[in-house]
Each structure stands twice: as C-alpha cells, then as structure tokens.
Ligand binder design. Structure first.
Ligand SMILES: [Zn+2]
Length: 107
C-alpha cells in the first residue's frame, strides 16, 4: 500500500484543513509483560538470589512445533500530525496491510 508523505486534511484543533504528516503508529516495545518462568520475573520475586542460575532457568520447551505463522499482514493504524499546531489524530479504522510505503508527492 502506498501513501503520500503529506496530505491535506481536516484538523479538529485548528478547525480548518491543514497540511499533515502521515505516519504509522509504532507498536513500540513490550512493557510490563512478565512471562511465567522468565528470569526477570523470578528476579522480581527475589527467587533467584546470588550468582549464577544453578541450571534452573535455562530449559524451555521446543518452539518448533508452535512456531507457525498464519497471517502475513498486520493491522496498522495511520497517524496524522498537523504541521501547524503539531497535534496528531489517528485514523478511526485500522487496516490490514503487509507494508506501507511512503512516497513523495511530485509537483
Ligand atoms: Zn492543527
């Protein structure tokens, strides 16, 4: 899917149409997810005192059997940033795309 880098769109803050920068909302990094059996979770419980792991935390089940991916596309939300007031609005609907390409508008 191709999108222009800049688009003229209504800005609810300026109450007019302004030039707005198009971008994808980044998924960011994982926060606050402490998985069962993870070392960081054990450390938080102070269950792992001292040095070394004593052969306790290394083994994990084989990932090969459940490492299958069915969906080739991901849901992406588009964010519009107003160039005038620097405020941004997200599109109400996200869409499934494999890749979003930004192209310069030629004039
Ligand atoms: Zn604005």
């Amino acid at each position: 899917m191709k999108l222009p880098k800049k688009i003229k769109r209504y800005c609810p803050y300026c109450n007019t149409h302004t030039e707005q920068k198009v971008d994808i909302v980044s998924t960011g990094h994982k926060r606050g997810t402490l998985k069962r059996g993870s070392l960081t979770r054990a450390k938080k419980r102070h269950a792992m005192p001292g040095m070394g792991n004593k052969g306790k935390w290394g083994s994990k089940p084989a990932v090969k059997s459940w490492n299958r991916k069915t969906k080739t596309t991901t849901r992406k939300t588009i964010i519009y940033t107003c160039q005038k007031c620097k405020k941004s609005t997200q599109s109400k609907k996200s869409r499934r795309v494999s890749k979003i390409l930004f192209e310069e508008k030629e004039k």
